[in-house]
Design a protein around this ligand. Structure first.
Ligand code: TYD
Length: 209
């Protein structure tokens, strides 16, 4: 039996954490076991890599180094946590996954196609069953993230970086229209939740859950 693998994506300030909590209660009320995890991170090794990636003091980090560390965190995460949980029939909800690397490193850092290639190695080809892209325009997102607290190394990037990665998400949506669902994050939290729940009901029905 295989569980469900659900990922959330988006630029800064899109409101992912609130919707992750909603998704957790959706599956909890169906009596399914939910594992909530995140990238970079999710494992002991991954969390150490996360510190390196987000540390504002690491300004000398090269773009390729950055891409490889995100992929290294993911390789560990997939093998140590995600696949075993899916094999036990659990619902894995992951805050960011490969699409983030394609958007941030592929488009934001302009590293292009190599990002997908490296990540195919990192994940062994594992793809989410469904991905919610919480779509917020980069300027609004940045304003919201700035209010929420201190910005990390990637959040501190210039606005043009955030516009490039936004284009990355749009390209991903076009490439994977079946898997990726665009959720307009300029609406209220409840409106977003209702749309996400409708997609999840559809997915559960298709999987007999
Ligand atoms: P996090 O605090 O989790 O950001 P958010 O709350 O926006 O999800 O920090 C993760 C940061 O790392 C975020 O700026 C996005 C970036 N990132 C990448 O650049 N590539 C990746 O593959 C992943 C997973 C995240």
């Amino acid at each position: 039996m295989r569980g469900l693998f659900i990922t959330l994506e988006g630029g800064d300030g899109a409101g992912k954490s609130t919707q992750i909590t909603n998704i957790e209660s959706f599956f909890g009320s169906k009596g399914l076991v939910v594992v909530h995890t995140r990238e970079p991170g999710g494992t002991h090794i991954g969390e150490k890599l996360r510190e390196i990636l987000l540390d504002k003091g690491n300004g000398e980090m090269q773009d390729v180094t950055e891409m490889l560390i995100y992929a290294a965190s993911r390789a560990q995460h997939v093998r140590e946590l995600i696949i075993p949980a899916l094999e036990e029939g659990k619902v894995v909800i992951c805050d960011r996954f490969t699409d983030s690397s394609i958007a941030y490193q592929g488009y934001g850092r302009e590293l292009g196609k190599q990002v997908a290639e490296v990540n195919a190695r990192a994940t062994g080809g594992l793809q989410p069953d469904i991905t919610f892209w919480l779509d917020i325009d980069p300027e609004t997102g940045r304003r919201r993230a700035g209010k929420a607290g201190e910005l990390d190394r990637l959040e501190l990037e210039q606005l043009d970086f955030h516009y490039r990665l936004y284009d990355g998400y749009k390209a991903l949506l076009e490439k994977y229209p079946e898997r990726i669902k665009r959720i307009d994050a300029s609406r209220s939290i409840d409106e977003m939740r209702d749309e996400i729940y409708a997609y999840l009901e559809e997915l559960c029905a298709a999987r007999g859950l």
